[in-house]
Design a protein around this ligand. Sequence first.
Ligand code: ZN
Ligand code: ZN
Length: 369
Amino acid sequence: MSLHHLHQLAPMDRRRRLSRLREALDPIADALLVTKLVNVRWLTGFTGSSAMLLVLPGREMLVTDGRYREQAADELSAAGVGADIEVTTTPAAFLSGLTSRCPRVALEADDVSWSLQRTADAEWFPRSELVASAGLIDELREIKDAAEIDRIEAAATIADDALAGVLSQLVSRPSEAEVATEIESAMRRAGADGPAFETIVAAGPNSAQPHHHPGPRRIARGDLVVIDMGAMVDGYRSDMTRTFCVGPPTKEQARLLDVVTAAHAAGVKIAGPGVATRAVDAAARSIIRDAGWAEHFVHPTGHGLGLEIHEPLRLSATSDATLAAGHAVTVEPGVYLPGVGGVRLEDTLEITPGGNRPLTRSPVAPVIT
Ligand code: ZN
Ligand code: ZN
């Protein structure tokens, strides 16, 4: 077991997150019921699969079930969060009592189901007006602090090492699934919580599908092989794609690799604070369009990431966001030619005051012989 990337992870300041949340909540409501689990984790460090966090003006209460009694106490205390913990599956009396003097209680509109909203209205907060809050915590999570960047970087380094470890095997005809399994187990051995998402290994014609599920196809000489992978460290994810050609590329494969390499470099070059996300998309997309493949670049140029692999920030033609220092984003142009194959190159970048810093650092060296 090698955990050398993980030893120095900086502690996260969750008190500060809660106070920023209270500031943002203040004009909207008197209390907030956080139901989106990843937001509960961001605020409290709790990693279980069942919890709600009630944020009141002067205190927070975590509601969970009996399976998590000890884990919740351990994780909240490790995170330095002083929230009270209520273990129950029938929280109505508890929640309605705590909020009896709260005229407005906010729910996370993007997370709450219709039935949960009805229960909240009738049983949990019968004396309060329910307010829909959309994206409140997601927006706070968009700018990462140094401790969060640390974790994404550790995840990126683990992924870099895992990829380096499998490259020499690509010439010995492994199946896509074998390569994916080897990458994921190498990342776990290096101390990752697990993969950031299901690893994509797409060889030959399969590489023309941007999200191919790795299967039994054996990697053969002459194949383009797209490997899209990431690790997760303390919940934070990295995301990287490299495309390899096993043996010398054909003229068409070489042109695909050149164009996507240029598009990726153009996107990375322009990404920095104050730059419109759509400008990064345009920088990468215009190179692919000029090569005549506009209709074969079928996804946005990039996305925000952190505790979730796809966070709301998008680097796309229709996004109207602006990059800022502390954003963690991908730049990942790709071209997919049905029947021929595809090429995608992706890095995870930290946007810095002076531009950006790539957190994934595997060399772009597409030809394997
Ligand atoms: Zn990816
Ligand atoms: Zn991605």
